[in-house]
Design a protein around this ligand. Sequence first.
Ligand SMILES: Cc1cc2nc3c(=O)[nH]c(=O)nc-3n(C[C@H](O)[C@H](O)[C@H](O)COP(=O)(O)O)c2cc1C
Length: 327
Amino acid sequence: MGMHTRITEMLEIEHPIVQGGMQWVGLAELASAVSNAGGLGILTGLTQPTPEDLIKEIERCRGMTDKPFGVNLTILPTIKPVPYEAYAQAIVDSGVKIVETAGRNPEPFLPLFKEAGITVIHKCTSIRHSLKAEKIGCDMVSVDGFECAGHPGEDDVTNMILLPIAARLLNIPFLASGGLGDGRGLAAALAMGADGINMGTRFMVTKEAPIHEKVKQRMVEASELDTSLIYRTLRNTARVFKNSIAEKVIEIESRSGETKFEDIQPLVQGAKGRDLFDSGDLDQGIWSAGMVVGLIDDIPTVQELISRIVTEAEGIIKERLVKAVSA
Ligand SMILES: Cc1cc2nc3c(=O)[nH]c(=O)nc-3n(C[C@H](O)[C@H](O)[C@H](O)COP(=O)(O)O)c2cc1C
């Protein structure tokens, strides 16, 4: 058993499966479980309140796995200003060798990361940003389709289109991100030219994800229709789980006249999302979730999930696809 791609080689991992950064979810428990299962776990930098806390979390993760893991640095508009440089320096000082950047052009941080020998995976939602990432020296990209949880951008192009174009135009390896959750998805992503997959939502619904059981259970019950796009009017679209708060935000955004962030801020504060994950009160705030919730119907361990995805993908490639082309 085992799949070999440019990504397994460059990241020194067993399976071409990466767990993307997830605010409030990407703690050492989940990242270490993914790395221990042969994928690449990623700690979410900004989930830690300060760069010093991030250093401690990296140490904690090291205590839980001796396999490679990465750190996500998300550079997005935030309500409170964030000392990004200090977070980047904390990553370098901790000796982490893989960084996932997202949100904005990571160019200002590249000299620091490259000097430290860090492999940079930039997550982007368009072909033009992927090409730009390659040009400025990122080592690989995660191509995040419209299906994805979090910020899908404003182009609304799905992975069925993005991935083959990425395969035609990029020279660096890339991960398919968004809408992936099973072996069919992995096999399809590889067929479309990706070197592996990046998953967020699917990893939230595992035993090790550090969030309330009720959130996981609700996502098991959900269908592919249970996500909402909010902040469209602010051109900062986010795909979140469809709950009463997301519906309220959309209702405010649909009112005539320009939407002001102040009008929705009390509903969407990050702290409320974090509290929701702790309490299991599903209407306390909003949380990111992708259309792939429609494919999730159990709460396995990370090890079970990764083994299942790899075994299923290998079966499809070796049997179904081989049969399809043999006389
Ligand atoms: C709860 C949650 C929080 C997320 N937070 C972040 C984040 O802070 N930074 C980031 O770059 N991506 C974030 N993402 C996006 C994931 O890293 C990944 O790109 C996305 O989930 C892929 O789509 P999928 O959910 O369909 O697998 C988040 C996703 C989820 C589900």
